[in-house]
Design a protein around this ligand. Structure first.
Ligand SMILES: *[C@@H]1O[C@H](CO)[C@@H](O)[C@H](O)[C@H]1NC(C)=O
Ligand SMILES: *[C@@H]1O[C@H](CO)[C@@H](O)[C@H](O)[C@H]1NC(C)=O
Ligand SMILES: *[C@@H]1O[C@H](CO)[C@@H](O)[C@H](O)[C@H]1NC(C)=O
Length: 578
């Protein structure tokens, strides 16, 4: 496949500007909305000098009980059995506690301290372990499982919902940010279908490590607060080959500003629940899109426009680090355009626009180079879901907005890759330089991450020399191409056109854009294999290293994380069951 397939070939000019909808593109889902201060819990987290104090006991920590979320309609049926649910957004259902001992494997200090105002010492308490493993709920907040539907692999799949996730708290922190806390792997809900409501250790380790790693790469994502493992048996046919194995149940406490998905709205339209569709959309807009005015007759359109441009941004950012999500179904796509639902994801190693992380995805539907197309497909489904709330004129404009998606994506992609090559400002030759670099990478099967990284580390002088030093192994491969010197000449010429720049500045800048460490499959796999033998050292090491993916770290280099992937990793298959 050509690297061009990274970039959609259709470039339809966005028409939204004509309708006065510009300026809504970059609305950050900022939660500094004055209305939300109403819900700030009353805990005083300042000491007498006005310094912020953190809470070290969950008993003192209060979830936001008066959150508007609990005003949304809830399933009147309370029993925890699998059923078709109607006319509501959530079902009340408690997590199922493990019956064996649970053990805390890892926590994110940043999430605890800076998102949840919890002192890290809280992680040593029994209350915390019980809370994050689903053994105990916060008083006053009945846990919720969300009802949603979705298009999976191109087909309407009907009711899906949180089959193994429980929303266990909402919290407004000292900065006024509102966070939703969700357990994953915490037992059956009315939406479990044929599943057992559990998640196994290996998939939980991957989600914990990757969501945190993505955050530190600067990509909008859900976060992971903690990871626990139990001794409860969970049976999985890991490779769908009839080989059922006993594994252990694990739970991740994950945190996001919202867990609503495209499928959250789709199910309401699909079942004709238009009153509820409006109610849920109003709630989402009010909570997460504060720049959209309540009384604006075009608010649905402005909402759609925002989701379209933020989704373009999210996918372009995935591409900039070689991330393939793996399951871009409408129910795995956040309405806030943050990366959610880490399953059979993967980071591309040798450059391949056809890279598919889910080994069962034979058709490559969710291959890396196809993610923008998948995104556009999903946004089209979102548009269908929103149509009952639009008049004919608005529907027409919305179609134009959607048609502008490839262009928004293409612009964002180009911007990000310009920065990866160290360019300041935009020039005509940039795209050609980007595409030919990717082309050479593809031909030589060079490593995507390290090619860009080593280009950031190399001096102009080394770059011009007849052969790239061997230790810059990824770039060294590309350097063997006959057309490489010509590319270098054009590249250096372009760099000289950067205003107010120098070689040192350029390298410095590029090193903050091009990571040295990403969570390669083999690294995650190595950590998982050890974790399965109760050795969590590599989970901790990776967690630490991936917090500073742009900085050279001795420990990481010693562990081989910046080297060629080991031979055994070539045959590695990512399991699809989780
Ligand atoms: C919070 O508590 C500290 C120390 O107990 C006190 O000095 C401060 O005035 C309190 N702040 C508020 C806003 O009540
Ligand atoms: C995507 O959503 C579907 C439907 O809810 C779910 O079965 C699947 O586990 C999700 N994918 C991931 C990776 O969480
Ligand atoms: C992987 O792809 C296959 C084939 O399309 C699909 O059935 C399966 O659900 C996918 N796995 C996950 C975890 O989404």
């Amino acid at each position: 496949m050509m690297p061009g397939s990274f970039i959609p070939l259709v470039c339809i000019w966005a028409t939204c500007g004509v309708y006065g909808l510009t300026g809504t593109h970059n609305i950050p889902p900022s939660l500094r909305n004055s209305q939300q201060t109403l819900f700030i819990h009353t805990l005083n987290t300042s000491d007498s000098c006005g310094r912020r104090r953190r809470v070290s006991s969950l008993g003192l920590w209060s979830s936001s009980l008066d959150d508007d979320l609990v005003q949304l309609p809830v399933d009147p049926v309370r029993g925890n059995y699998i059923r078709k649910v109607k006319d509501c957004v959530f079902s009340h259902v408690y997590p199922t506690p493990f019956t064996s001992d649970v053990r805390l494997i890892a926590v994110s200090e940043d999430v605890l301290e800076n998102l949840l105002d919890l002192d890290i010492s809280v992680a040593d308490t029994k209350d915390f372990l019980q809370f994050v493993s689903g053994g105990k709920s916060l008083s006053g907040f009945p846990p919720l499982a969300h009802r949603y539907g979705g298009h999976q692999f191109g087909v309407w799949a009907g009711q899906l919902g949180d089959g193994r996730a429980h929303l266990v708290a909402t919290y407004i922190n000292r900065y006024g940010e509102r966070w939703e806390l969700q357990l994953k792997g915490s037992g059956k809900t009315p939406y479990s279908r044929t599943g057992d409501g559990r998640a196994v250790l290996r998939s939980s380790v991957r989600e914990f490590l990757c969501s945190e790693a993505m955050h530190y790469l600067g990509i909008p994502t859900s976060r992971a607060a903690s990871l626990v493992v139990s001794d409860d048996a969970v049976w999985r046919d890991q490779f769908y080959n009839g080989n059922v194995k006993k594994e252990r149940g694990a739970v991740v406490l994950r945190v996001a500003k919202s867990w609503f998905r495209i499928g959250s709205l789709e199910i309401l339209t699909n079942s004709g629940e238009f009153h509820l569709l409006r109610e849920l959309l109003d709630f989402i807009i009010e909570q997460h899109f504060p720049a959209i005015i309540q009384t604006d007759p075009n608010r649905v359109l402005v909402f759609f426009n925002t989701v379209v441009s933020q989704t373009a941004d999210m996918i372009a950012r995935w591409m900039s680090v070689g991330f393939a999500h793996g399951v871009c179904n409408t129910d795995n796509f956040s309405l806030l355009s943050i990366t959610i639902d880490y399953g059979p994801f993967g980071f591309m190693e040798n450059y391949d626009a056809g890279y598919v992380p889910n080994t069962s995805d034979d058709q490559g539907r969710y291959g890396i180079g196809n993610q923008a197309n998948a995104g556009m497909y999903n946004l089209n489904k979102l548009l269908v879901a929103l149509k009952p709330l639009m008049d004919n004129r608005q529907k027409q404009i919305a179609s134009h907005i959607l048609a502008g998606f490839p262009d928004l994506y293409y612009q964002r992609f180009t911007e990000l890759f310009r920065a990866k090559l160290g360019f300041v400002g935009a020039r005509e030759e940039d795209l050609m330089l980007i595409v030919s670099f990717l082309n050479m990478m593809e031909d030589t099967k060079a490593d995507f991450t390290m090619s860009f990284r080593q280009l950031s580390e190399i001096t102009d002088h080394q770059l011009k020399s007849p052969s790239i030093p061997e230790e810059l192994w990824a770039l060294h491969e590309i350097g063997r191409r006959k057309d490489f010197p010509a590319w270098v000449t054009a590249y250096l010429q372009r760099l000289r056109r950067n205003p107010d720049d120098s070689e040192a500045k350029r390298r410095q800048r590029m090193k903050t854009t091009n990571p040295r460490y990403i969570l390669r499959n083999w690294m995650a796999e190595s950590a998982v294999r050890k974790a399965e033998m109760n050795d969590f050292s590599e989970v901790h090491l990776l967690q630490k290293i991936l917090q500073r993916p742009f900085q050279v770290q001795k420990m990481a280099d010693l562990a081989g994380y910046s080297q060629r992937p080991p031979k055994w990793s070539k045959d590695l298959k990512v399991s699809c069951s989780s």
